[in-house]
Design a protein around this ligand. Structure first.
Ligand code: PM9
Length: 448
């Protein structure tokens, strides 16, 4: 059979509520045209994020019932540790309440003003946490990735030549760690090849700089390697993921993505001394090192999720369903970041709406219109989110794991094509309020 189906059946459902365009206009005004400020019950299809929005399996729910809520030495911690140890091989696994808590601990310990942290592309929380420590976050994507239309298999790779140049010009002592985000979320959800992971590892080792993976979507990345990188066809996604982690000295991880958990994260490291310092800092704000700000039941959900996400049928369906959305809009004239990535489709709003300049936020304008037209929530990844660091003006349609079916995606395709048919009528926005950090979450806008 050629048809790839959702490899699950649905036993518990959540109703969706339709609203009218007039109601949605009212909701938008109240929200200051910031979709983060909408009430979730006023949204029909929510593609704001794939983070913490997954549907958990019956195995995860049942594992949660045996959560050991002991303050210290919880059995749930040891169950999770066993799974993580086998997957990553890192000597230390430190749970945190979510990915950015792991980032804050890592960067607080490793970064100082004057430091530089390179990455293929930093995600917003990573960049913000690095900058908060006084260090500078530098993106080193492939030069070819500047063209959203270029169809490269591993467009999320880091530019290794640029990394070497950075180390040469700035000096290795200014670079406390090198990061690689798999998949490259801000770049377009594009995967990173094993060859690139190895090459970055080699450079890092030569200069004695620790190398960390931002591993939020490690399983989706492993699937792309299996499908598209010669030499990996016969390995399982798990074996490939193990090989990915084997090249790194540590990782940050948000369990809200490729662990199907609604909350959670972790830090991994091979360095005993760093791990000790991380635990000491963890206790200050997150909690005791065997729970790290999570309930025992959360640790159980993550442990099961980390195994489920590496299932062949799940990953095949997951990547096929993202590609289905991407191809169905791109092949009908909507410019997307090519080729489709793992967890999301990114519309190139700058290219789609050339009449709206960067400073009037074409991505935000498209996000607002898609909600007004069809009740679909998406997120701008462009100048609102990254300010002057934005490379493109994108609108991200992030697909929660195991939540929406193909008819939801078909509805979405229809909505996007309808908005595209009258794209000239869209107008930009002006910011009327912005906070000092991560402004996209709470900024207010006014239509122009
Ligand atoms: N990513 C996302 O939607 C959730 C926050 S913004 C709505 O893509 C990477 C690559 C991420 C990421 C979160 C984090 C932080 C780190 N790295 O959200 O703190 O994509 O668990 O993870 C979001 P937490």
């Amino acid at each position: 059979m050629k048809t790839i189906i959702e490899p699950f059946r649905i036993r518990s459902v959540e109703p969706l509520r339709h609203t009218t365009p007039a109601q949605r206009e009212q909701f938008l005004q109240t929200a200051g045209y910031n979709l983060f400020e909408l009430r979730a019950s006023d949204i029909l299809i929510d593609l704001l994020t794939d983070s913490g929005t997954s549907a958990m399996s019956t195995y995860q729910w049942s594992a949660m019932m045996r959560g050991d809520e002991s303050y210290a030495g919880s059995e749930s911690f040891f169950r999770l540790k066993k799974v993580v140890d086998e997957l990553t091989g890192f000597g230390h696994m430190i749970p945190t309440h979510q990915g950015r808590a792991a980032e804050r601990i890592l960067f607080t310990l490793m970064c100082r003003p004057g430091h530089i942290v390179p990455n293929n592309t930093h995600f917003d929380t990573t960049r913000a946490n690095i900058e908060f420590s006084g260090a500078r976050a530098v993106d080193l994507p492939l030069p070819e990735a500047a063209d959203t239309q270029a169809r490269l298999p591993f467009k999320g790779n880091m530019d290794v030549a640029a990394l070497e140049k950075l180390i040469e010009t700035e000096g290795a002592d200014k670079i406390p760690l090198i990061m690689l985000t798999v998949t490259n979320n801000s770049g377009g959800g594009q995967p990173v090849s094993m060859a690139n992971i190895r090459a970055v590892h080699t450079v890092a080792r030569r200069h004695k700089i620790p190398f960390y993976l931002d591993a939020c979507r490690f399983a989706e990345n492993a699937w792309f390697i299996q499908q598209e990188e010669p030499g990996f066809e016969r390995l399982t996604p798990k074996q490939i993921a193990q090989a990915m982690f084997s090249h790194a000295d540590g990782c940050t991880f948000s369990a809200k993505k490729d662990a199907f958990a609604n909350i959670g994260g972790m830090l991994g490291t091979n360095d005993d001394e760093v791990a000790q310092k991380q635990r000491d800092l963890l206790i200050l704000t997150e909690g005791f090192p065997t729970y790290g700000g999570l309930a025992g039941r959360d640790l159980e959900a993550i442990a099961v999720g980390l195994e489920e996400v590496l299932d062949h049928d799940y990953l095949e369906y997951r990547i096929a369903s993202t590609r289905y959305l991407g191809r169905n809009i791109a092949d009908h004239g909507v410019p997307i970041v090519e080729p489709p990535g793992g967890h999301a489709i990114y519309i190139d709003a700058g290219r789609m709406l050339p009449h709206i300049p960067k400073h009037e936020f074409p991505g935000q304008s498209l996000a607002v219109e898609l909600y007004r037209h069809a009740g679909v929530r998406s997120v701008e990844i462009g100048s609102v989110m990254f300010g002057e660091h934005a490379r493109h003006e994108l609108l991200r349609l992030a697909i929660p794991r195991r939540v929406y079916t193909q008819s939801h995606i078909d509805y979405l395709v229809e909505a996007i094509l309808e908005v595209n048919a009258r794209k000239e009528s869209l107008r930009g926005l002006r910011i009327t309020y912005e906070p000092p950090h991560l402004r996209h979450f709470t900024a207010k806008f006014e239509p122009l």
